[in-house]
Design a protein. Structure first.
Length: 128
């Protein structure tokens, strides 16, 4: 499945997939998967992109704002980012980004995140 993610992400980043084509792949469960329990081992390559079916949650530890540390809970980060409501499920794009010197916390959409200092692996979420 990782190879399929990489291939779709390659074409998505280069604008070679229309939103309709990408949505069709996602809706047919050909690309998106349920997220793993944690992202250990998945955030080592900046630019790596994954498509996960995520359910919004109000609980779970999250570090950062908009850029989240590798060990942040996906469902809570999605609500914090305003991408999902609690209990709502959707396919979101997770992209691994360059490490930050700090991850400031904040309170948004019913989720409070925590400040964290330098951490080597992190990601962002976006809607499809």
């Amino acid at each position: 499945m990782k190879a399929v993610h990489e291939l779709v992400a390659y074409f998505d980043r280069r604008g070679r997939l229309s939103r309709r084509q990408l949505r069709k792949l996602l809706d047919q469960n050909m690309v998106a998967t349920d997220p793993p329990p944690n992202l250990f081992g998945m955030c080592g390559t900046v630019g790596a992109t994954y498509y996960f079916k995520i359910t919004g949650a109000l609980e779970g530890q999250v570090w950062g704002t908009d850029v989240y540390t590798r060990d942040s809970v996906l469902g809570a980060a999605a609500v914090h980012a305003g991408l999902l409501a609690p209990g709502e499920t959707a396919v979101l794009r997770l992209q691994v980004v360059a490490a930050q010197q700090s991850y400031p916390g904040s309170a948004r959409n019913g989720v409070t995140t925590t400040d964290y200092g330098a951490f080597p692996e992190c990601w962002t979420l976006s809607a499809i």
